[in-house]
Design a protein around this ligand. Structure first.
Ligand SMILES: N[C@@H](CCC(=O)N[C@@H](CS)C(=O)NCC(=O)O)C(=O)O
Length: 83
């Protein structure tokens, strides 16, 4: 994750709002850390956010949010339907 990333922001807000404890690792986009090891091998798209949960690796913010949704079916920040 990176604090200035607008794509990371919904993930960070969702976790904060719902009390999901995550170990947040900052990948410093300003110094190009996304293109360096160890991150480059973890995520070949070399973008943040990325979720690593045991053998599960998700590299899209939308996929990360959807993965969290079943845990919190009543969450306000991740509606079940957009209708
Ligand atoms: N499709 C990705 C896009 C992620 C994305 O654009 N991340 C940007 C930061 S907001 C990034 O990591 N940029 C670094 C780079 O492209 O070098 C998602 O939705 O999660």
């Amino acid at each position: 994750m990176h604090p200035v990333s607008t794509v990371c922001r919904p993930v960070r807000l969702f976790c904060a709002e719902n009390g999901i404890k995550i170990e947040e690792v900052t990948v410093d986009l300003m110094t190009g850390a996304q293109h360096k090891e160890p991150f480059a091998s973890l995520n070949p798209s070399r973008q943040v956010p990325m979720l690593e949960d045991d053998d599960l690796k998700l590299t899209e913010a939308s996929a990360i949010l959807k993965n969290c949704r079943p845990i919190l079916p009543t969450s306000r920040s991740a509606p079940r339907s957009t209708r």
